[in-house]
Design a binder for this molecule. Sequence first.
Ligand code: SF4
Length: 462
Amino acid sequence: MIEEVTIPQSESPCAQPGGGGPLTYAFDRSEFWRTIPTWRDVDTETFGDFRWQQRNSVTSIQGIQEALGELARPALIADIEAGLLKTPMNVRLTPYIFSRIHWGNVEADPVRRQFLPLGSQFVPDHPHVMDDSLAEDSNKATPHLTHRYPDKALFLPITLCPVYCSFCTRSRVVGGSTAVKSKSTYGAKSNEWDATFEYIRSRPELEDIVISGGDALLLRPSQIRQIGTTLLEIPTVRRIRFATKGLAIMPMKFTSDIEWVEALGEVCQLGRERMKEVALHTHFNTDREITAWTSSAMKALSETGVRVRNQSVLISGVNDGFDCLHYTSKKLSSLLVQPYYVYLHDMVPGCEHLRTTVDRAEYLSRRLQGSIAGFNTPRVVCDAPGGGGKREISSYTLYDREIGVSAWTSPTAKPGEIFYYYDPIHRLPEDGQALWANEAEIKRRLAKFKAEAMAKAEATRH
Ligand code: SF4
């Protein structure tokens, strides 16, 4: 039986990077949302209704002020306003995740840092950032399908989410336009998916289909059924996964939207009949997102038979400490959520302050190994910019820590190509930062690095 107790948010290792303490599987079951002035009188039943969560989501600076009431310090509001002028992502937070922020220490808070950018925390983009860091658009097989790996494809039926994350790798398309980014966002239109299903039917090598976006949580139950049954009925498709951040930001969806869970349950049942896997891939970054609501959601999901895995993004000031990653992984494992990947932050615009280095990711990977059962130890990976796909963090061909550039090959997905990841300049040693400030010097150094990387890749090709 899982112990569910009330713990102060300040006891979370993710609130105190480098902290630590004994591991107890404690799940906050307090009425924590009542600390937010606007929800002071909201009872548990109301808070636990996904419709209420959606209706009361915070989507603007005015909404933040109204929710916080007397907690809305003018300097903080001005800082958030300045952040919104620089970010490619809209503001949207469910009351659940909004009230997981520790507003008494908001500047350093790891939940706030993921969803509400502060103008004062931005640093200039790296010169090598890419709008489409994973080359999803250039590998499109249909308007809604990216086919990058030989046996796996990414189906994007929707570009809307119940929350918007500052670090989103698809910031070029997800959510609405912002002051710095115009987008043509699309909702789920099931009449446009036939070409995608047809393409998957025509490519028997495609065994795995990821249904992402956007967030599958916002697909209607009929659309979950349509996508699930159509894909599972294609003989060559063996596994499907719905990607949703829902468990981390609106767990009550799984206990109060009975129709949605039933639709998922039917898809899982069909999967079992066909000996095919149906999985749900979710996205917790810290243990602060895990509460007694998560535990209830997982109990409901367990009954559908869906396999649940977690993918985190490694974010500076959020989860780049061993204690936080370790505790989050252990806590997820205790709820049958399998920690799967920790991604090095992609090289996308507007979130340089959130990225960290390959060196840091390697350190965390080494610490994680052996600290949890192997099947619950997340793999720390770099999704090689330019479309190289996921690479184990220590599998680079060459890494220059001074100028923060690493070279990666991808012999199966993109044979013969080399991909480069650039660490954030402000996290480099002083000499490295000085080199980036000197255009001629950094060009020379990068050219030398790339020549060495090519030679090494050639020498190690088998
Ligand atoms: S939920 Fe996922 S797709 Fe949506 S904004 Fe966050 S990271 Fe991007």
